[in-house]
Write a protein that binds this ligand. Structure first.
Ligand SMILES: NC(=O)C1=CN([C@@H]2O[C@H](COP(=O)(O)OP(=O)(O)OC[C@H]3O[C@@H](n4cnc5c(N)ncnc54)[C@H](OP(=O)(O)O)[C@@H]3O)[C@@H](O)[C@H]2O)[C@H](O)CC1
Ligand SMILES: [K+]
Length: 506
């Protein structure tokens, strides 16, 4: 899915109205109907208490008014509160007139705001994508009142007070919604950790915005779902052999961290690599041979950490980092690898920390190298970020400047490409915030980078998505708390299988 800016969202609205020859109020009716249905599927009409709908002066408020009318007609007890405002949008005014007389509706009085019990359902339709400045005066008081009441707040389109695609001044007043129900496409703001307290759980309801407009809109940010990945993972040819999918080299592990080498190796094998050789310190020989018998162990002369780079000729791609430590000799191995490798590289964990501590090595990064830092590791490669938007800017700049693919791991893991495009992954769950999860990702990405049929972009997108999907499938079995990295490995196969393109029907 594309992520549109607030401006593009407004244009999509207009394009839909024009292309379908409908009036804007009809599109509003469509959006509100989708939201009313969502609500009616979750709330019974006889649930005690009224549903309080807070409406602002624009079309977000208009959506709220239509939902109020529709819920009322369906037998729900509804009460509407209007924010005092100097002007209203035409569709707000029209739908204000369409409210049935018996439906309670009053203007909010800042001196006497409505009493809301903790479980009251509140629809926040104060402001949506038309917000232009931080909330002040009555609007700010109302939002603070809603937040204090601990009501069950459902935000219409966007939590009021939140900018959809830009940072806002610190201490801005923003609705803390339990759910945010948005239209057609997700908003950038939903994907950033700093906005989680406002957005809550978000859902996007399709409202039939003009596909042609969305298709031709130029964006530099995407939300990666199964549709975006369709056709990117080809089926294995009938006459394939282990050479078809390439031979990977993984440099990983040091004393006390050989588990990282094992997890990355097993993930690489389950990721479909043809052959895997793992460079581990001598202390890792038995561990690796027993835990990942399908891999070949190529032990380093040193016992506890990797000190020598093996001959690189046999390998189609090389991964380095999981548990490898930051010894000076290992740093030299990394430098030599960056100088000599002419195949795709995947860099993770201590390889990134070594880069951060020896920034001169960054100049050696071969083009299209894939790096997989978490925010702390990324900060070591760049600089501390002021906020999540700034971090994304640093990420885009880093990928552009270094001509690399850089992942930023998190709840919606982001991938930046050498042309500065951002892709947010949609799979995964909080259970995956567990030791070794990153090592599994590295192994899987290495397998996909070894597969010569895949472009660097497709390998990265497929790897991130399948890793999250494997975590989701594993969590169905283990629960999120019980999930360990090894469980993710077991589900890599099923996750990839789902992504594999089916052959065209005759
Ligand atoms: N795009 C879609 O798919 C659809 C969206 N719909 C809904 O429409 C809103 C966007 O509606 P819009 O009227 O553009 O904007 P808002 O309702 O968010 O607010 C605009 C009014 O609010 C005033 N404003 C803006 N910022 C503030 C503020 N900080 N304090 C007070 N007032 C503010 C603004 O006044 P200006 O002076 O700035 O002009 C406007 O009066 C979208 O979110 C959806 O909910 C459609 O219904 C259907 C499809
Ligand atoms: K809202």
């Amino acid at each position: 899915m594309k992520i549109l800016s607030a401006d593009q969202t407004r244009q999509a609205d207009q394009a839909t109205i024009q292309a379908e020859g409908i009036r804007s109020e009809e599109l509003m009716e469509r959006a509100a109907t989708a939201l009313s249905s969502w609500l009616m599927e979750r709330v019974e009409p006889d649930e005690p208490g009224e549903i309080h709908i807070f409406c602002g002066p624009g079309n977000n408020g208009g959506d709220g008014l239509v939902v109020a009318r529709q819920l009322h007609e369906a037998g729900y007890a509804v009460r509407v509160w209007l924010l005092p405002a100097p002007k209203h949008s035409p569709d707000f005014t029209l739908n204000r007139q369409r409210l049935p007389e018996e439906l309670p509706c009053a203007e909010l009085n800042p001196q006497k705001l409505p009493r809301l019990l903790p479980h009251t359902i509140v629809l926040d339709a104060l402001f949506g994508t038309g917000l232009r400045r931080p909330l002040t005066d009555v609007a700010a008081s109302v939002v603070q009142h809603l937040n204090k009441a601990q009501a069950r707040v459902i935000a219409v389109d966007v939590p009021s007070g939140l900018y959809t695609d830009a940072p806002q001044p610190a201490d801005s007043v923003v609705v803390q919604a339990r759910y945010t129900i948005s239209f057609e496409l997700p908003k950038l703001a939903f994907l950033l950790p700093q906005n989680a307290p406002f957005v809550g759980q978000w859902h996007v309801l399709p409202i039939g915005l003009n596909e042609e407009f969305i298709h031709t809109s130029l964006v530099d940010t995407y939300y990666v779902d199964a549709v975006l990945l369709a056709g990117r993972l080809p089926q294995r040819p009938q006459f394939s052999h282990k050479g078809t999918f390439g031979h990977a080299l993984l440099l990983a592990g040091s004393r006390g961290k050989l588990g990282a080498a094992v997890l990355a190796s097993r993930a690489c094998l389950h990721g479909g690599v043809g052959l895997l050789t793992v460079r581990v310190p001598a202390a890792g020989y038995d561990i690796l041979q027993i835990s990942a018998p399908e891999a070949m162990a190529l032990t380093d002369p040193a016992t506890d950490f990797v000190t020598e780079l093996p001959d690189l000729k046999p390998y189609a791609a090389i991964g380095i980092g999981p548990g490898i430590g930051q010894e000076a000799a290992t740093r030299d191995v990394l430098e030599q690898l960056l100088r000599e490798a002419d195949v795709p590289l995947v860099l993770d964990a201590d390889a990134l920390n070594l880069l951060g501590a020896n920034r001169e090595l960054l100049d050696l990064l071969p083009p299209d190298t894939l790096l997989t830092p978490h925010p702390k590791e990324f900060e070591r490669l760049t600089e501390p970020a002021r906020d999540d938007y700034h971090r994304l800017e640093l990420l885009r700049n880093f990928a552009r400047q270094r001509r690399c693919y850089c992942v930023l791991k998190g709840a919606y893991t982001a991938l930046a490409t050498p042309d500065g495009t951002l892709y947010f992954n949609s799979t995964g769950n909080p259970g995956m915030a567990t030791g070794g999860s990153g090592d599994v990702l590295t192994g899987l990405l290495l397998a996909l980078r070894t597969d010569q049929r895949l472009s660097p972009l497709d390998a990265a997108l497929l790897g991130l998505y399948a890793h999250g999907r494997a975590g989701d499938l594993a969590a169905e079995e283990t629960g999120q708390a019980g999930l360990v990295a090894g469980d993710i490995v077991r589900y890599i196969g099923p996750a990839l299988q789902k992504l594999t393109t089916l052959p065209a029907r005759l």
